[in-house]
Design a protein around this ligand. Sequence first.
Ligand code: ZN
Length: 460
Amino acid sequence: MPVRLFNSLTHTKEELSPSAPPKVGLYTCGPTVYNYQHVGNYRTYIFEDVLVRTLKLLGYAPYRVMNVTDVGHLTSQGDEGEDKMEVGAAREGKSAWDIAKFYTDAFVADGKALNILPPDVLCRATDNIPEQIALVERLDKKGFVYKTSDGLYFDTAKLPDYGKLMTKEHLEGLKSGARVEASAEKRHITDFALWKFSPRDKTRQMEWASPWGKGFPGWHIECSAMAMKFLGETLDIHCGGIDHVPVHHTNEIAQSEGATGKPFAKVWLHGEFLLMNNAKMAKSSGGFVKLSDLVDRGCSPLDYRYHCFTAHYRKQLDFTWESLEASKTSRRRLVEAARALAGEKPTPGAEDFTGRFEEALSDDLNVPAALAVVWDALKSTLSAGAKRDFLDDAESVLALDLFKAEADAAVPADVAALGERRIRARAAKDFAESDRLRKAIEALGWLVEDKKDGQKLRRK
Ligand SMILES: [Zn+2]
C-alpha cells in the first residue's frame, strides 16, 4: 500500500518513493544527553516509532539512524553560551563523559518502557568527530566557511536557497530580529558555528585536535555528518520535532547540500509540540514532566503512549493529568478486550478492518483514525478469532502490550495471601467467607475475577 506523508519542505502530502525500495533510510534527531528527556520529547520519538512500525506493516524495510548529542550543544541557539554537557557535569559533580553515559542509558531505558523499537544505529557525536571535521573541510574547500575569533562559521549568504525549510512566520521573525543573540563577528544573523575553538584560558573536558586547532564541533554538523555516513548523501526521510525547523534542520540542509550539491532528504517530517497548560513543555519553563513522574503517579509508560495516539502528530496535544487518566482508562479497556481474546486462535476474516487500519496509517500516520478502527472492530460482529487476527496486526504498530500477561502488576503479598484463602473458601463452598475475602481484597485496591482457568487478581 502506498504511504503518503506530509513533507514540511513542500507543505504537501506526498507519496513516499524511497531511493532503493523496500529499504527506507530514515534519520531521526536524537536527545541531548545532559539531563532526562521530558515527555514532550518522547511524543516525537513515539511518532517516529509509529512511522517505523507502519512502514514495516506495509512491507517496507525501514533503517533508522538516531544520533545522541553528547557534545557541542550550547545553551543558546545562536552559538553562544556554555556547552550544555559541561554545565550538566558541573551541576552534578561528574565528568561530562559520565553525564553523557548516564543520560544516554536513561534515554534507552525510557524508550524500552515506551515500546519504542531501538534504532538500527544509535550514534554518538563524540564517536564521529573525524567525519564532522571532514565535512567542515569539504565545505571550506567550496568557500562556505569563514573564521572568527571563536570558531569557523557557515556563510549562509553563499547558499542561494538557504532557509527553504522555514515558513513565512520564521522568515518574518528573522527580519524582526528574533535571533538577536548573534555574535558581533558573524557576517549574517543566520550564520552558524561549524567548529568552535576551545577557550585559551581553560581546558575543556571534551575537545579534539583539528586542522584549525583544538576545539569541538558545532551542534548541527554531527547530524549532517552521521546521517550521510550511515544513510548516504540523500536520505529518504528526515524526522524531528517542529522546533528544529528554523535553526537545526535549516542548518543541516545548508551544510549537507552545500557540501554535496544534492538534496539532503527527500521528505521532512515534523512532530508538533506537547503542551502543558497551553505552553510548550521545556526544561527551562518548569513544566518539565519526566517519564518516571508518570510512573510515580500510577500510570504505565504505555498509558502515555496511548495518550499520544489521541492526536495526530502534526497537531498540538495538551498534557494534563486528567487527560492522561482518561487515556489510562481507555488503554485498560482495550487491554481487557484484547485479553478476552487472548486464548483465541487467530482466524482470517478481518480483511476489512485491517484494510481500514492500514489506510488510516498510510494517510500521513493518522493514528487517531487507526485507533477508531480498532474500537470499531472490537464492537463489530466479527468472530473472536477474526478479532484476534486483526488485533495482532494492529498491535504491531500500536505496541500497547495488548496481549502481554499482567506481569507488570505484581500482586503484593497481603493481597496474594487473601487470594489464597479465598481459593480455599471457594473449594470448600464457603461462599460467605469467599465474599468477605473479595471485599477485603477490593479494599486493598484489587479486583477478583473468577475465570475458567481459576481466580485472577488485578489492580482496580
Ligand atoms: Zn539533528
